[in-house]
Design a protein around this ligand. Structure first.
Ligand SMILES: [Zn+2]
Ligand SMILES: [Zn+2]
Length: 228
């Protein structure tokens, strides 16, 4: 089996893939039944298919199994944890799994970070521009709260966010997002009215990121931008 550099089609160029396919530890790491449980601090408990339990320190690349302890190799448990982290099945070191306060989906957050926690889908960041699905209006997010639409009263109205007529089509237990209408560019301080500074509460589902919008809604947004 001679190496040749004549073309990209040579055996030599395929060799790395072949070698890894025959790497027995990687193969076992991928195919054997193992249970991986994150313990925090970058340590994972791995239960092997023979019922043994080992601890893997991923950042230190250490495992308590005999293969690692006596041969100092990157054993199948370390590899398996690395694979599961890469595939998003378990949190990477420094992160932990929590349930989204709005939809319950599992999401990874910094270890020990204060809640409430939201998944990427539910979380709207302060300052993010969003569109009201009911009116096509552009709004700027103030904050995503963990309070439910049926718990939040609308100031000056005898109604919760959930009971408000235009919110009927949205989940009553949806997280409330506070948002403001953008202050028109060039408005002088003296001309700023209370409604420019008022926060409005919406069920999360009513506010769309621009990329979530269908094409017809996008044209509404374009109209708004021109009118502004
Ligand atoms: Zn091991
Ligand atoms: Zn969510």
């Amino acid at each position: 089996m001679e190496n040749t550099t004549a073309s990209g089609q040579t055996r030599a160029s395929l060799a790395p893939a072949d070698v890894s396919a025959f790497d027995i530890r990687s193969q076992r790491a991928r195919t054997e039944r193992m249970g991986v449980t994150p313990l925090g601090g970058g340590v994972y408990e791995v239960e092997s298919q023979t019922g043994h339990t080992y601890s893997v320190d991923l950042l230190g690349s250490r495992c308590t199994c005999p293969d690692h302890t006596f041969r100092q190799v990157r054993c199948k448990h370390i590899r398996r944890v690395a694979m599961e982290v890469t595939e998003g099945l378990v949190p990477p070191p420094g992160k932990e799994t929590v349930a989204c306060a709005n939809c319950g989906a599992e999401t990874f957050v910094e270890e020990g970070a204060d809640g409430p926690h939201f998944c990427e889908t539910c979380w709207l960041a302060p300052g993010e521009a969003v569109v009201d699905r009911e009116t096509g209006d552009l709004l700027i997010v103030v904050r995503t709260t963990a309070r439910r639409a049926d718990e939040v009263e609308i100031t000056g109205r005898d109604s919760t966010v959930a009971d408000y007529p235009t919110n009927e089509g949205y989940r009553a237990d949806d997280a409330v997002v506070e948002a403001m209408y953008p202050v028109p560019a060039g408005l002088r301080t003296a001309d700023i009215k209370p409604h420019h500074l008022r926060r409005y509460s919406f069920p999360r589902g009513r506010l769309a990121r621009r990329r979530e919008l269908a094409d017809d809604d996008q044209s509404k947004l374009a109209d708004f931008a021109v009118a502004e």
